[in-house]
Every structure is written in C-alpha cells, then in structure tokens.
Write a protein that binds this ligand. Structure first.
Ligand SMILES: Cc1ncc(COP(=O)(O)O)c(C=O)c1O
Length: 387
C-alpha cells in the first residue's frame, strides 16, 4: 500500500480546509476538497528535522541563515535549471504577503496592476485592499483549454500598468506556461516597463510532458524586471509553517522590498518554517517524485470518472497543480444552483468558480491532493450532486 493511501483525521487540528467548512459553507457535514493543501504527511526527512529542532527546546530569535539559502539555490538549480545568487533571496511568511509587499514597494495608490482571470482570488483582493486598480486581461478559453490573448494583454500593458501578477503554473486552469508564451509575456512587459511578479508557488507540481520554466531564467533583461515567489508549502504540504522566498535579482527592486519589510517591522521567519523549508528543499526530491506519480494517477482516475459518469462536465486537463478546474457550463445551472446542489445533494465543498473572477462562472475547483479513497468518495458526491 502506498503511504499516500493513509487517511489521517485532520478534524480538530485547526485546519482551514477541514475545520472551517461551517464558517465558509454554512455546514460541517461536507467533504472538504477546497483549500489548496494536501491530506498527506510531508516527507519523513522534514518531520525528522522538525522533531530534532523541537527536541532542542529553545525557541529564541532565529534568522534565516546561509544553509537555508543554499538549499533553495540548489533546489532551483537541480529542479529547474535556474542559477540564482543567494543575495537575491528575501523571505516572507507566505507568497500572499510577499505579493502585497511588492505591490506596496513598487506601486502607489491608484496605480494599475494587471492580472489574468480566472486567477487565484488574492490577486484581486491584494490589489484592491492596497487601493491599486485592477486591469484584467482575461485568458481565452476554448473547449477545455486556456491560452493568452496577446493582443488584449498588450492593450492592457499600454493602458499604463505598473505591475503584472503572473501565475505560473496557473491556478485554477492548471496551465504550465510554455517557453514561447513566457518569452512573449516578458518581452511585452519589458517593452512597456512593467515589473512582473511571477508567482511560482506551484512550480514543482508539474505533470509528465510539461516543464516548468522560471520566467526570470529566460534572459538577463527579464531577470531584472522580475520578482519570483516560491515556497515549499504546496510542494511539500507545509503551508502552516508559513515560509516562502522571493527571488529578486535587481538590487534596486530588492532595496524597495527591503524598505517595506522594514516599515512592517518584518525581520525573520518562524523557527520551524526555516527548519522545514531547508529540510524540504535539501531532502524532499525523492518524495516529490512519489507524490507526483500519486497525484497524476488521481488526475487520471478523476478524468475517467467524469468521462464515464458526468458527461456534461468537462475537466480542464491539468498540466500542473493538484487543483482541478471543472467546466460545468453545459449544465446551464446558475452558480448559486451549482453551489446548492454540491452542498445539499452531494455534501461536497468545492471552490466556486466565480471566486476566480471573470471567466470563472459555471466552473468549480476541486482539490485532489488526498488519498484515493477520499477522492472516490468526493467523486461519488460529485455524481450525486450533478449527475
Ligand atoms: C497561486 C497561489 N499563490 C499563493 C498561494 C498561497 O500562498 P501562501 O500560503 O504562501 O501565502 C496559493 C495557494 O493556494 C496559490 O494558489
């Protein structure tokens, strides 16, 4: 039996996914397949490193040291062929706070920030909560596949955009942007003096035949306009440790980010975040290969189930991420009706598509990072709700 088959009760562990369904969905009798974390244990090496640190027993002030930076540098080099300098690294308790920090560092209230909907909800709220203005170059959707409408993208850049929030791999579509697409994005942003925040939090979770390319690795001139955000949280299921890294080769941009951190009084990460991040990047490679195989099989099972039992639904084939984006538009139900049927009939908590902005209507997002038994339970509930 694969170690990923083990069902671990997460209820009562202050889990957002398992313990907040009543608050968010109004009921607690639902199977939660919404928030983007996994129901699996992280690599044993990471647990061992955390336990060793716990045994030490003193949790005074800690800093993110050279060994942690080296583990990130080596990971990016080995996994993604990207050579970085350790001096390019800055840290943040998460990619969401990192994006907010960059918005504050590089734009002023009223500035325009570009996003590509449907996209991860905080891309909108971080811009709006910082009193900046959203410009949306919506992705093209055609019969189960997403692409960038580059003329709309360029028009948006021309409108005076200062910052572009790229999601690569893209949540929720599951696209892993190709080299030609990234080149075009970067060339256009370079031409119009737009800085790119490349959120690459899902970059390690990419399926066979697809390759993640760090946008900043493509060319020195792109490197100088890019802040890349990565974290061990999605890859190794460590979101609760709240550790992430920003990679900013351009010293001027880095200085501006450091100035906001100073204003925030932000100086270091949680002790366990540092230990967990370093152990994951140093020792997690073999575990990642195993989890990718397991997740890929979960994707295959889901696709087969939907094809067989829910012919009106279309699964957008994911190239990466464990978040499946399901097109329910053929059912011609309102989003309210979809939600009601999922919750009342299926007792299933999925993310409603409209949360991801224009283009999300009629879709739902399903998190399949769970043991196969849980997945099958979720799929049966989906059938009950929408079959
Ligand atoms: C694209 C993207 N960015 C960031 C996050 C969250 O980042 P963090 O927990 O590090 O703030 C998520 C979580 O789902 C995500 O999908």
């Amino acid at each position: 039996m694969s170690k990923f088959e083990e069902i671990i009760n997460r209820k009562g562990s202050s889990s957002v996914k398992w313990d907040l369904t009543k608050t968010v969905f109004g009921r607690d009798d639902v199977l939660p397949m919404w928030v983007a974390d996994m129901d699996f244990l992280p690599p044993q090496n990471v647990l061992d490193a955390l336990q060793d640190r716990l045994k030490h027993g003193i949790f005074g002030y800690t800093f993110v040291g050279d060994d942690t930076a080296a583990s990130i540098k080596e990971w990016l080099q080995k996994r993604h062929g990207w050579e970085i300098e350790k001096t390019w690294l800055q840290y943040s308790p998460g990619v969401v706070p990192a994006i907010s920090t960059v918005i504050q560092a590089l734009t002023v209230p009223g500035d325009k920030v570009l996003v590509q909907s449907p996209v991860y909800t905080p891309f909108f709220s971080l811009v709006e909560d910082n009193d900046r203005e959203i410009v949306n170059a919506q992705l093209d959707y055609d019969d189960g596949s997403y692409s960038i409408d580059f003329s709309a993208f360029e028009e948006s850049l021309k409108s005076g955009v200062k910052l572009f929030l790229l999601c690569n791999p893209h949540n929720p579509s599951g696209r892993v942007w190709r080299k030609d697409e990234l080149m075009k994005i970067a060339e256009l942003c370079h031409r119009y003096n737009v800085v790119i925040v490349s959120d690459e939090i899902h970059s390690d979770l990419v399926y066979e035949t697809h390759t993640h390319i760090p946008l900043a690795s493509l060319h020195d001139s792109f490197r100088d306009i890019t802040i890349t955000c990565i974290a061990p949280s999605k890859t190794f299921n460590l979101a609760g440790l709240q550790a992430s890294a920003m990679i900013t080769p351009n010293p001027d941009l880095r200085e501006k980010i450091a100035a906001i951190h100073k204003k925030q009084g932000f100086f270091t990460l949680n002790t366990f975040g540092i230990v967990g991040m370093e152990a994951a990047y140093r020792f997690g490679g073999a575990w990642l290969e195993e989890i990718l195989t397991y997740l890929q099989e979960n994707v295959r099972v889901t696709k087969e189930f939907i094809g067989e039992h829910l012919p009106e639904l279309q699964l957008v084939d994911p190239e990466g991420t464990y978040l499946l984006w399901i097109d329910c538009t053929k059912m011609e139900l309102s989003d309210e009706e979809l939600k009601e049927r999922l919750l009342d009939k299926g007792k299933l908590a999925l993310e409603p598509g409209p949360k991801y902005g224009p283009g999300g209507e009629g879709f739902v997002r399903m998190n399949i990072a769970c043991p196969r038994e849980t997945l099958m339970d979720g799929l049966e509930r989906l059938r009950k709700a929408l079959g």
